[in-house]
Design a protein around this ligand. Sequence first.
Ligand code: AMP
Length: 216
Amino acid sequence: MLTYIVLLGPPGAGKGTQSKVLASELDVPHISSGDIFRDNIKNGTPLGKLAEAYISKGELVPDDLTIAMLRERFLQPDCKNGAILDGFPRTPVQADELEVLLNSFGGHVNLVLFITSPVNILIERLAGRWTCRAQGHIYHECFNPPKERGICDIDGSALFQRDDDKAETVLNRIEIYQTQTAPLIQYYDERGVLVRIDGDTSIKKVTEQLMSGLKC
Ligand code: AMP
């Protein structure tokens, strides 16, 4: 069966951390639009240069660029049986396009796991977040520290703090989430695929809720 699962929620809700767990449980790729943008920025591609201006301010990259990037990712054969989508879609236009794209090879969005937390928790999580350079593994200096400071437990690469996790950018990202992305809650609720997950608890407990969500 084709299984396409969207993780929806504000920045800092835990989408990245939980997507990696789900992708490995279900043996499907984890597609993070933010990671693909960051790779493009790191490699100095034309897309990376265009996207950087938006990402550094915490704004959304325009829909046409983002959709084209995701379309290209979906050309790769590893996503033909399913995928965990993390950070995409972020607008109703992207959600419509995603449905068209998945329909083109017989799939559709099966489930949307909507994780949320109070704003003060989101800010605390983003401010203490460390990300691995090589593969985007995520840590938190208090809630999920690496065994060795500054080094990824999984692949040994250096950890860094994302520029867009700075306090002033974080507030902008949360506001943009509320105005541009939150309409997707109703969008997917109306389609009967939305499951609400309480993200204001430990990583393990959120994973347990997600696993129950998969049985819905
Ligand atoms: P993330 O790693 O998901 O927090 O994304 C980091 C940044 O990349 C976001 O703040 C946006 O600037 C950009 N971005 C990621 N995904 C999207 C998307 N689906 N649409 C527009 N911009 C995005």
